[in-house]
Design a protein around this ligand. Structure first.
Ligand code: PRX
Length: 635
């Protein structure tokens, strides 16, 4: 059987069956699509009990040879990247595979000259400019580990991530363009670095032309270093399980976790999922609108498209700048065939009406994608009708930072494309539902907590520096299974529908956030006695952030709830970033607690969702009287 693209239902069924029945045989054949320096001695070893999963052990390779070098002969002059700048009248910059290869080699040599070695951690805090993508690949080329921090995070959040992985170098911009705003990235970096003693050097890529403070000996402008570096840099020979990158994400408890992805398994997963889910042809143009600061940008900008030799658009800006037609204008301009975005963007654009879409010729589009949160039916229909003109399959791709790549999705030519259904597991993905008591739920229709039964190549291998936490977080709720944190349903034909998180993680505009993390930020305010944060349904963002706070009654602002909200926003912006600002802040005199002192979040969630009648049994609460107060003050 050819391991090329899944083209129809039969292919899908054969591939899927084989991937579970003869796992090693299946993946050995798939891995044959890639370039290795040394072959593997075993395809997969280890299990979820001992958490020692390895893929393609014994093999050596470099992922950038697979993204770049191997295309040089056949696709050297093909465009790899079309850079669409924030300003629609700004300069579009194209990079062929040859040019991208040369730039990556130069950047690799710059990193080496800064003393970066195999295994060192390289932090990126940048806007969506080509140097970010080039730098990420350069890091992988020399065997160092990249940790990209989204440019919207605060100095405090950046510092925490640098400290956790003990990065030795950070690469940033003077400032970044983001719609009508600029973000002072270097200034924020300087603030963060006050508490990051491991950082030896800072490379600054000029983008906005902002004046910045350069510290002698530590800070260097990137461009002159790149210009004088050689365009030749041999790729480091990496072990299959050598670390490739760390990416921080939020969970129900504690600080963000640095998930570690390793080289070979991640490569095969990013490459194969991209190939099968999007089915991008040789002359097609792919565009994923995510930021490289998130996993979607890692797998479907930095790696997946390049592994497959595609041409892709990389976009610096935001969907509503200069107006809500920006995505469609750029789609027309670059004749985009495959477009991958988040439901929150679709809902935001929907609110601006169809004129912005209809102005543009979108006839190049073939496949549309959705990622990051459940897509509601209305947004799905709008996307299908106005953007896809009812002729483009919509791949609603379910996956996570932890999974490395897409896990459940309809495939073009295979799926039924029912609004809000992710439909079917990809080859190699073995989902199982478990009920609240830990019992497996077989058959269809069914619903339960979504778990995965067996290792797949793209799974994160650990949490950086804390294997025990990795085990606790994902493998202890249901021993022997990977627990996703999501709830799901299967219809009578076995098609999957993801219903959302079942833990204390909320998804705000496709950004994953721990409620505990937001509470920690709120609690830093000196007048906060206690806080509880929950999600509630929000028309555009999917979920909004609702904070219940007990405010110091002695404080002068105690009656001024507007001022309290403003101060808390500032605190959250400082501790995390603007994406975590509470949408609503309700000042309360107490929080509903059980006799053992636990906050009853169920009640808070219901009130925040506007459901005040059916709150269930509140008689066991320590302080049932606060429930009335909370209900009557609901925002
Ligand atoms: O709740 C699920 C939701 O996003 C979570 C993963 O977030 P993150 O690690 O930031 O990765 C986002 C990009 C892959 C999941 O646990 N999620 C992601 N995609 C979907 C989704 N929920 C429903 N449908 C999806 N297609």
């Amino acid at each position: 059987m050819s391991m090329n693209t899944i083209k129809n239902k039969d292919d899908y069924q054969n591939f899927y069956k084989m991937s579970l029945d003869d796992k090693d045989g299946f993946w050995a054949e798939v891995a044959g699509n890639y370039t290795w320096k040394k072959p593997w001695t075993s395809v997969q070893t280890g299990n979820f009990k001992d958490l020692n999963v390895k893929w393609f052990d014994g093999a050596t390779l470099n992922i950038t040879e697979n993204c770049l070098d191997r295309h040089l002969e056949t696709r050297g002059d093909k465009t790899a990247i079309i850079f669409e700048p924030n300003d629609p009248n700004g300069e579009v910059i194209n990079f062929t595979y040859k040019e991208l290869h040369a730039r990556v080699c130069q950047f690799s040599n710059v990193l080496k000259a800064q003393g970066v070695k195999k295994g060192d951690r390289v932090c990126f805090y940048m806007s969506m400019v080509p140097e970010l993508l080039i730098g990420v690949l350069a890091t992988a080329r020399i065997g160092a580990i990249h940790s990209v921090v989204f440019g919207g995070f605060s100095a405090n959040a950046l510092a925490g991530r640098i400290q956790d992985c003990e990065a030795s170098i950070v690469i940033t911009n003077d400032a970044g363009f983001r719609g009508a705003k600029t973000i002072p990235l270097k200034e924020i970096t300087d603030e963060a670095l006050k508490t990051c003693p491991t950082i030896k050097s800072v490379l600054v890529s000029k983008r906005v032309g902002e004046e910045v403070n350069m510290i002698e000996g530590r800070d260097h402008w990137l461009t002159p270093l790149l210009d004088s570096a050689s365009c030749d840099c041999p790729a480091e020979e990496m072990g299959a399980e050598d670390p490739l990158f760390i990416l921080y994400t939020s969970g129900s408890t504690g600080k963000p976790k640095g998930l570690l992805h390793t080289t070979a398994g991640y490569m095969v997963w990013a490459g194969e999922t991209y190939k099968n889910v999007f089915q991008v042809g040789e002359d097609d143009i792919f565009w994923c609108t995510a930021d490289i600061g998130w996993i979607t940008g890692h797998s479907y900008i930095s790696y997946g498209p390049l592994l497959n030799g595609s041409t892709q658009v990389m976009f610096e800006g935001v969907p509503t700048y200069p107006d809500a037609g920006r995505f469609w204008e750029a789609t027309e301009k670059h004749k985009v065939t495959h477009f991958y975005t988040a439901p929150t963007a679709i809902r935001a654009l929907e609110a601006h009406g169809t004129d912005f879409v209809n102005k543009h010729d979108l006839s190049s589009l073939k496949v549309l994608g959705s990622v990051g949160e459940p897509i509601n039916e209305e947004a799905w229909e709008w996307y299908n009708k106005n953007v896809g003109k009812e002729k483009c399959p919509i791949v609603d791709t379910w996956w996570q930072t932890e999974t490395g790549g897409i896990m459940i999705s309809p495939l073009p030519n295979v799926g039924d494309f029912i609004p809000s259904f992710a439909e079917a597991p990809l080859p190699g993905v073995d989902p199982i539902f478990v009920d609240a008591d830990g019992k497996k739920v077989e058959g269809s229709p069914a619903e339960g907590n979504l778990c995965i039964r067996t290792p797949w190549p793209g799974m994160a291998r650990t949490i950086w520096g804390d294997h025990e936490r990795y085990k606790q977080t994902y493998f202890s709720t249901y021993p022997g299974l990977y627990f996703t944190g999501d709830g799901a349903k299967r219809d009578d034909q076995g098609r999957y529908r993801i219903t959302g998180r079942v833990d204390d993680v909320i998804n705000v505009s496709g950004h994953r956030m721990g409620t505990a993390e937001v509470e920690d930020a709120l609690n830093q305010h000196e007048d906060i006695v206690e806080s509880a944060v929950v999600g509630y349904p929000h028309d555009i963002k999917g979920q909004g952030i609702y904070a219940y706070v007990i405010w110091n009654p002695q404080s002068s602002k105690a009656q001024d709830h507007k001022a309290i909200h403003k101060e808390l926003n500032e605190m959250v912006i400082k501790m995390i970033g603007p994406i975590a600002k509470p949408d609503k802040v309700q000042v309360v005199s107490g929080l509903p607690k059980t006799r053992s002192g636990k906050i009853m979040r169920r009640i808070l969630r219901k009130v925040a969702s506007g459901e005040t009648s059916n709150l269930g049994d509140t008689s066991t609460l320590l302080n049932p009287e606060v429930v009335e107060e909370i209900k009557s003050g609901a925002l």
